[in-house]
Design a protein around this ligand. Structure first.
Ligand code: CP3
Length: 352
């Protein structure tokens, strides 16, 4: 059994750095595309056998140290009664984005439907099929990131509707963020009951907020979720993208690890965090378009930036891109497995 990923989250020494990558179950894999050709994206998400099949693909192919259940962050707004479509080349699009804030009162609770049951079933099935080989990560979107999609209606460069609402309707925004926080906690506790062994929260659009707004409209809710989930004994990883301005606060928000994006310098983060929590990241996803030799050098640089005193989970600094060559992912995993033992020798007493 490979427990390195959970060991780092729980502060135990490891012999080498564990690695998984965000969006590892995805379109860069021919095996994923073959399954996707037969199903719509949402059919895959809501059909446990299919979701589990693509969850396990990257584990079997590359030997990552953790699996992440195949799903999406937008299943929560869906289960609350909003309708979202995933359009080829455009990503998620909501039929009726929230523009009139009275619509918030009409949102349902995920507890009132069985819409998410197939996701919990997928978690159960994935645990059975993994047979303890590697731990299983469950995840959710952060309240701010979900609210941004629900108001904007799709991805956006500026999220102007969602951002304007922070100025024009701050009370309604807090009401929405509070509602989402409660739903996310219910959802994650159900995923943990089904077998998820760690939780990652994706605040993908944290960087759309000013530092002050992040501390008002995102951080308190992230803290509430982390504390509620950590209290169950399950470690939480907070990935607040482009929010390095609040790293010190984030490291005291009840999480076991912080995800570091590729635009943020790792070494000062580690100095600031002082090993209070583990760090996860932060290779630039575009580095995977280089030669295997260059990928290895870039991996070495990330390990060097983290140093040997900091607890570390290797990952990209954001999701892997669909065009990424499979051979690069193999080179990445091999480089982490081969180079990282050097950084753990002192802690484990192992000499190479
Ligand atoms: O990490 C994993 O492998 C697990 C699966 C996973 C998906 N989405 C599958 C997916 C995870 C963890 C997510 C999270 C997610 N979803 C985030 C946060 C992570 C991040 O990238 O910042 C966000 C913002 C979303 C919303 C979302 N879903 C977008 C913007 C898109 C379209 C963009 C894209 O990559 O196509 C999706 C669709 C989506 N989610 C796909 C996958 C594999 C592609 C769907 C397809 O196969 O056509």
């Amino acid at each position: 059994m490979n427990t390195r990923f959970l060991d780092v989250l729980n502060g135990r020494p490891v012999d080498r750095t564990p690695i998984w990558v965000m969006r590892q179950a995805g379109r860069y894999l021919p095996e994923y595309r073959a399954v996707r050709a037969k199903h719509s994206f949402l059919d895959m998400v809501y059909t446990p056998e299919v979701a589990v099949e693509v969850t396990l693909q990257p584990i079997d192919i590359f030997g990552f140290d953790a699996a992440i259940i195949f799903s999406d962050i937008l299943v929560i707004p869906e289960a609350m009664g909003m309708h979202v479509q995933f359009l080829e080349g455009r990503g998620p699009v909501f039929d009726a984005p929230i523009r009139d804030f009275r619509a918030i009162d009409r949102l349902g609770s995920i507890s009132a439907t069985d819409k998410l049951d197939p996701i919990y079933e997928a978690v159960r099935l994935a645990r059975t099929e993994l047979e303890g080989k590697v731990p299983l990560i469950g995840f959710a979107g952060a309240p701010w990131t979900l609210a941004a999609y629900m108001i904007e209606g799709s991805g956006s460069k500026t999220f102007q509707h969602a951002r304007a609402a922070l100025y024009t309707h701050p009370d309604a925004m807090h009401a929405l963020l509070d509602r989402l926080t409660r739903e996310i906690i219910i959802y994650l506790k159900n995923k943990i009951a089904a077998g998820a062994q760690a939780i990652q929260i994706f605040d993908s659009w944290a960087g759309q907020l000013t530092p002050q707004q992040f501390r008002t409209f995102s951080l308190p809710y992230l803290k509430k979720i982390s504390e509620a989930i950590s209290a169950t004994g399950t470690p939480v990883i907070l990935f607040a993208r482009n929010a390095a301005h609040s790293l010190d606060e984030l490291s005291q928000a009840g999480a076991a690890a912080l995800g570091i994006d590729w635009q943020t310098e790792m070494a000062p983060c580690c100095d600031l965090i002082k090993n209070r929590v583990a760090v996860q990241g932060n290779l630039d996803p575009l580095a995977l378009f280089a030669t295997p030799g260059e990928i290895r050098a870039q991996v070495g640089q990330v390990l060097e930036n983290v140093g040997s005193s900091q607890r570390h989970i290797f990952n990209l600094g954001h999701g892997i891109l669909p065009q990424t060559p499979v051979a690069s992912v193999r080179a990445l995993v091999d480089a982490v497995h081969e180079l990282s033992p050097l950084y753990h020798r002192e802690k484990t007493g192992v000499t190479l």
